[in-house]
Design a protein around this ligand. Structure first.
Ligand code: PEP
Length: 241
């Protein structure tokens, strides 16, 4: 039985989690990904809450003259358990490629950090009817090459770019169909038994009002939440859907 995994992505927004942190049932995995500068403060704040600490990005080198970058070992030292990789904003604004994603995922695995690999198509790709082949290629580019250690921990987030921060959610059917396609693609790369256990989240304008329907789908194992994770009331409205 796959657990539900809900992760908040605060992007480059100031945290608004100053009030009491609500509780949630222990059969769920809950994490938040604050900006790098807030990781250490949040590590303290989350102690004893059961909420895991996630990062929004990592660099794949161990150390060196890479101004502005942060390594997996640095994240580990701060208590990070998950790290988002290949978010469409990083692919779009910072040129992150499938190859970069693979290198980051492997480096994270060396330090015991689970990657949340984001995949998803643009509106243009969907309108051209190419969304399944596009997302399938993103998934294959990683799953065909993953080491066993990285494969053990990886989570996938299906995030159609047209639904991120737009208020336009994919219908439960669209999200389920793509998540099922992602699972089938993973099965083709690494076998059905393995694919059956991989957690696949949906992300794109998830809010308390649509969480139950999306998270009730067979192949949707959780949510990656942007805007609605900034305030605990809405984030926990999703967690406790
Ligand atoms: C995201 O950035 O991963 C995301 C899903 O954002 P939002 O929930 O705001 O659409």
């Amino acid at each position: 039985m796959r657990k539900k995994f809900i992760c908040g992505n605060w992007k480059m927004f100031a945290p608004q989690w100053d009030g009491e942190i609500p509780s949630f049932s222990a059969d769920k995995i809950v994490a938040v990904a604050p900006p790098f500068t807030e990781l250490s403060r949040m590590a303290e704040r989350l102690k004893g809450t059961g909420i895991q600490l996630a990062a929004q990005n990592v660099y794949f080198m161990d150390e060196g003259a890479y101004t502005g970058e942060v390594s997996a070992s640095m994240l580990k030292n701060l208590g990070v358990s998950y790290c988002i990789v290949g978010h469409s904003e990083r692919r779009g604004y910072f040129g992150e490629t499938n190859e970069d994603c693979l290198k980051k995922i492997e480096k994270l695995a060396e330090f015991g950090i689970a990657a949340i690999l984001c995949v998803g198509e643009s509106l243009e790709t969907r309108e051209a009817g190419e969304e399944y082949s596009f997302v399938g290629t993103q998934v294959e580019a990683v799953f065909e090459h993953l080491s066993e250690a990285a494969a053990e921990k990886i989570v996938v987030a299906y995030e159609p770019i047209w639904a991120i921060g737009t208020g336009k959610t994919a219908t439960a059917e669209q999200a389920q169909d793509m998540c099922a396609h992602i699972r089938a693609t993973i099965a083709a790369c690494r076998g059905a038994d393995y694919a059956e256990n991989v957690l696949i989240q949906y992300g794109g304008s998830v809010k308390p009002a649509n969480a139950a329907e999306l998270l009730g789908q067979d192949d949707i194992d959780g949510a990656l939440v942007g805007g609605a994770s900034l305030k605990p009331e809405s984030f926990f409205g999703i967690v406790n859907y």
